[in-house]
Design a protein. Structure first.
Ligand code: MN
Ligand code: MN
Length: 322
């Protein structure tokens, strides 16, 4: 089996070459591929600041320093696992429904081949067509949603699609199992006392930041693990769940968030679940400082790859024992 893995700095220095994620091969081959990094340069669903279309570029650029051995998880990412940078998906600026169809169709071909997509956004509206492609193969899936906002609004100027509504649409379209899904990190000023009730009514477990601080990260991770259980799960990570001090480059910042260290700890703590897809969204490079938000995003993607590698390694060991 061919294994697609990053080129090493002994072959070409880190500052040289065309920037793919972690210096993985850029190919659209889907044979012998476990995961594919997919850029989705879309910001037509934003409600405040724009520029997330440049997110994939910025995250790739800072990802070149990532190294294959993940000490915290004690695993070489590419011993058990093969991955590529699939490049960016095509979008049509200004036309969200057409763009949704294109995203879904392209991801569908990956998902049908058994490739786990890791998308880099783009604003959060892109997660809906990702979930459409995932659910087409897997049926409704569990969702782990890190964000300072619930993104379950009903509409925006009477329109159904923007970055504030993807998870309401996903429930309406039966793409999710809300009873196995959880939203983490909500905070900031809201419009009314019952701001998070909509999400709870849809069936999500909502864990606002106030509660995260009360219970602590260990019990939080246990609650996420218990909630998801054996279900197939999609993980969506809005970079604005991280405090703007650590991730200033984003469209709708909210103070009082996770540190970058806590964010990495949260991603690592998802170990062992049955993952079918991931994304990291809302990086806005024009407003970033020293590539901080892009760097957190790249490291979250790196931890997601480790989660896939851990799963592949366990599966191989189980097979070996039979
Ligand atoms: Mn969001
Ligand atoms: Mn958000």
């Amino acid at each position: 089996m061919a294994t697609y893995k990053p080129i090493t700095p002994q072959e070409l220095p880190k500052f040289a070459g065309i920037k793919t994620f972690m210096r993985l091969p850029h190919t659209r081959t889907l044979a012998d591929v476990d995961f594919a990094i997919v850029g989705i340069p879309w910001d037509g669903g934003t409600s405040y600041r724009t520029g997330q279309r440049s997110g994939p570029d910025a995250v790739r650029k800072v990802s070149v320093t990532l190294r294959p051995y993940n000490l915290a998880q004690d695993i070489d990412l590419f011993d058990a696992c093969s991955g590529v940078d699939y490049g960016d998906l095509a979008v049509i600026p200004g036309y969200i429904e057409d763009t949704y169809r294109m995203i879904e169709a392209e991801l569908d071909s990956l998902v049908q081949c058994g490739v786990i997509p890791i998308a880099i956004g783009g604003d959060h509206s892109i997660t809906l067509p990702e979930l459409r492609a995932i659910a087409k193969k897997q049926g409704p899936v569990a969702l782990i949603h890190f964000d300072s906002h619930t993104d379950t609004n009903v509409q925006y100027f009477g329109k159904p699609y923007y970055h504030g509504s993807p998870f309401r649409r996903a429930v309406e379209e039966n793409l999710l199992q809300p009873n196995h899904s959880v939203q983490i990190g909500m905070r900031g000023s809201v419009y009314s006392k019952d701001a998070y009730e909509d999400s709870k009514t849809l069936g999500f477990d909502v864990i606002p930041m106030v509660e995260v601080r009360e219970i602590g990260l260990g019990p939080l991770l246990q609650r996420i693990q218990n909630r998801v259980g054996e279900a197939k799960v999609f993980v969506t990570f809005d970079i604005d769940v991280v405090d703007p001090a650590f991730a200033p480059g984003t469209g709708t910042p909210e103070v009082g968030g996770f540190t970058s260290g806590e964010a990495i700890e949260l991603a690592r703590g998802l170990k062992g679940l049955n993952f079918v897809g991931f994304d990291v969204v809302e990086v806005l490079p024009d407003l970033d400082v020293a590539d901080l938000a892009a760097l957190v995003a790249a490291n979250i993607v790196y931890e997601f790859i480790a989660l896939i590698a851990i799963g592949k390694k366990r599966a191989a060991e189980t097979l070996g024992r039979v």
